[in-house]
Ligand binder design. Sequence first.
Ligand code: UDP
Length: 482
Amino acid sequence: MERQIPQLHVFFLPLLAHGHLIPTVDMAKMFADRGVKTTIITTPLNASAFSNTIRRSKESGNDIGVRILKFPAVEVGLPEGFESSDMMFTSQEGIKWELLNKFNQAMFMLQQPFEQLLQECKPDCLVADWFIPWATDAANKYGIPRLVFHGTSFFALCASACMRLYEPHEKVQSGSESFVVPNLPGDIELPISQLPKYSSAQDVETDFFTKLLKAAGEAELKSYGVIVNSFYELEASYVDYYRNVMGKKAWHIGPVSLCNRENIDKTERGNKSAIDEHECLKWLDSKQPDSVLYICFGSLNTFSSAQLKEIAMGLEASELQFIWVVRKQKNDNEDEEWLPEGFEKRTEGKGLIIRGWAPQVLILDHEAIGGFMTHCGWNSTLEGVCAGVPMVTWPERGDQFYNEKLMTQVLKIGVSVGTQKWVEREAIGKAVKETMKGERAEEMRNRARKLAEAAKMAVEKGGSSYSDLDSLIQELNSERKL
Ligand code: UDP
């Protein structure tokens, strides 16, 4: 009698931050859509943010589940319920390093309960976030492959590797404002002012964080391979460079956001939306195609009130229609000092401010959206690509600087607001106008539309990402010890 082969079972261990949880949940759904049993391991509050998504995926027949680990926040001196690294980013103080260190300590304490789950469930593979270095040891202990998920582009992975390897920023002539990243295809120019922090160990603000980055880098070398939320046609030279020059084993399976086909999945992706789906769509339906600029700086934005006010002035002067997502909440007892007086009244009907979480993919996918002002977090950048809209790029930290260069210098579908820390209203107004109107905007929009088409094809049957996910699943099946 033929022996029944059990379903392939993949564990997903995301970093506890929206920008990492969201694509991980999408990935787990995509694997489950291909008949793989998937389990996401996370903490109670994070799990509640996507419980409806999991329920819907299950109802569609997928074998997808969640296992919960208690997060030892109190044990490391954090308040009860402090379960997301998003909570360390504030507009007043930027990153709170003390909290981040405690948070990372708590992350390390999850190793033991996580290993108990491995022992109990015996999955065949572990996909874990790059920022969780102990995941490789845990997987090795149980004899299963660990795949690394960075959550960024191939371009950023290649550029940061070249920066670490060749340290060009150490060699620039004094007085020069930019330099070319050595050996990276495309002669990519970086301004010195935008050097990513973690490209240079001396810049890293705390010892604990430096050690974490080092451990994560070492763990990656011992891992089975890398899984990337991207598609071949978007950054082919860099996919090839990563695989063939850097010698990494990598699979691209994105854009993962495209697995959210229904409005409800787009609306409830990652968090509870601060605006009703129908109200939002009604507002957008009343606008002409390509007439609205969508502005959102991700889940961690730390802009000061003064900078937000400057954005408001730039927007108003541009006379464009907009949807603007701000993390600040309305408090009736307090003046909204980040908004110029009378701003909302003057822009009524023309502009919509969403305070809190926006249904980003739902909005971007609407035909009324004609441009996206973004901080170039990789998820947002790719979601903008999928929507086929040109972008106003305004990176804040880390890989966002690289993602910006991919949009502006390589793909030529983005206009930068500039390289200064403080951006004046005039520069904001100029960048948004260039992105939304005129010949250059049209050229960028045409290129962006072609990329959006390519993105959709990549995840359809036979497409580049669809096939890469197929070959990954096949390889994982052949690695199994049955
Ligand atoms: N996002 C959203 N609504 C918001 C803010 C963010 O849906 O109001 C989603 C966005 O679609 C993206 C993710 O949160 O999928 C943010 O990830 P990204 O890599 O762009 O930036 P990060 O927040 O990690 O800086």
